[in-house]
Design a protein around this ligand. Structure first.
Ligand code: AHM
Ligand code: MG
Length: 409
């Protein structure tokens, strides 16, 4: 029965989104095109992350090489060939310098790939990335005026192409790269009201206005979880096909979970409701079993586990940082004498590219997301890098923390 075990009818992510689109006769595939460019970005990062350990041996490709077909594997191949014929006696790992290139951080590289992929979709108007201090307002000619689009527009000139805004963290949890622990990309998508008149206000919208959200986890397998507002579906990358295949249809989070997930090292700065909640997880007074603690320190991986197994993920406020984790970027990053990233201060729990997408997915899966004060999706960010504490996960677990905050006030 081997032939039966082999599935032959594969639901790829594109096929799935096209099917969903069929429910909206007015749609013309703009979202599918946008999504296919996001998927391309995820595949690139998946492949770069897989090679990150190896690329360390040879340095990551620099600015000019990003355009080349596959500089990392070309270099790797020649290195391995070289080592095969000339066994390395200078110690392991061998040092092979990439001539003239600065080593480029994986998160910077991932950001460039996503920005380029999104702009070239011809469907984006505003991009907000964790890696860019300012929002990117896409040049008007790139907002859907490709040659192909011109033909389409002539055919149905009364229809305007849809424009989107994408908020994303290209590579979240990057402190986990060097030890090979799961990391991820997070994205949230809004529809632009007027493509010819794009402003920052197009992104400073409550999360309830979000059209779609998702994340891609680069872990033991590469999984993309997506919601277009009609439930949540998970797709796993089949590396031999280069396609994301539907493996987790209609994900529903259990109503209550056995796991809590928080950085307990910050406990001395927690507020009273958070401290009480965690105490209750460890020493329940109502006869229920105590919960297990799991904390990876990669939001995508912690949220993914929460979504599948149930439980709660907390990034609470603390007295030192009332709006969540204080994040320091380490230094100025130079590439060929050009500054490509600068030192800056940021906070964790960014509303646009962490809190909103994850809260949207949680609610779509039947869970909840709460800030300590309100439903997370009802926040209205005032600045693109605004941040917030976040509690999200199983419906009943979030009810518990909500009750503790309510009894505080
Ligand atoms: P990063 O943006 O520097 O990658 O940090 C974000 C990550 C999240 O993925 C994770 O939830 C959080 O930092 C963990 O923070 P901490 O190490 O303070 O627990
Ligand atoms: Mg991040």
């Amino acid at each position: 029965h081997a032939a039966e075990a082999q599935r032959t009818d594969l639901m790829t992510i594109t096929r799935h989104v096209l099917n969903e689109q069929g429910r909206h006769p007015e749609s013309r595939g703009d979202f599918t095109i946008l999504l296919s460019h996001i998927v391309l970005g995820c595949k690139f990062v998946a492949s770069a992350v897989n090679k990150a350990g190896l690329a360390k041996l040879i340095g990551l490709a620099g600015d000019t090489n990003v355009q080349a077909s596959n500089p990392i594997s070309d270099l790797l191949y020649s290195t391995l060939l070289f080592l095969h014929t000339n066994p390395c006696d200078g110690g392991w790992p061998p040092r092979v310098a990439v001539q003239g290139e600065e080593q480029k951080k994986l998160d910077v590289l991932s950001n460039e790939v996503f920005v380029k992929a999104l702009v070239s979709s011809g469907r984006t108007c505003v991009l907000v990335s964790e890696e860019n201090e300012e929002a990117i307002i896409v040049d008007a000619p790139l907002r859907g005026n490709h040659e192909f689009d011109k033909i389409m527009v002539t055919v149905s000139s009364h229809q305007k192409l849809h424009g989107y805004c994408v908020c994303f963290d290209p590579l979240d949890g990057s402190s986990n790269i060097d030890c090979g622990v799961s990391i991820g990309t997070i994205f949230g998508i809004y529809m632009i009201k007027d493509k010819d008149n794009v402003t920052l206000d197009d992104v400073l919208q409550p999360g309830t206005d979000m059209l779609a959200a998702g994340y891609c986890m680069y872990g033991s397998s590469c999984t993309l979880v997506l919601s277009t507002g009609n439930g949540v579906n998970g797709f796993t990358l089949d590396p031999s096909l280069g396609e994301f295949i539907l493996t987790h249809p209609n994900i529903k989070i259990p109503n209550i979970g056995k796991i809590y997930s928080v950085n307990e090292g910050n406990a001395k700065n927690w507020d009273a409701p958070t401290a009480k909640f965690v105490e209750k997880c460890k020493f329940p007074q109502d006869g229920s079993p105590s919960k297990s603690l799991r904390y990876i320190g990669s939001m995508v991986a912690d949220v993914h586990r929460t979504l599948l197994y149930g439980g709660i993920f907390l990034y609470p406020a603390d007295q030192k940082s009332p709006n969540g984790k204080l994040r320091y970027a380490d230094a100025t990053l130079n590439c060929k004498g050009r500054v490509i990233a600068e030192v800056r201060y940021m906070w964790h729990g960014s509303v646009l590219y962490e809190v909103f997408p994850m809260s949207f997915l949680m609610e779509q899966a039947g869970g909840q997301a709460f800030t300590g004060k309100q439903r997370a999706l009802e926040l209205v960010p005032r600045k693109i890098h605004d941040r917030s504490p976040i509690f999200l996960g199983s419906y009943d677990d979030v009810e518990d923390i909500k009750a503790l905050y309510a009894s505080e006030s």
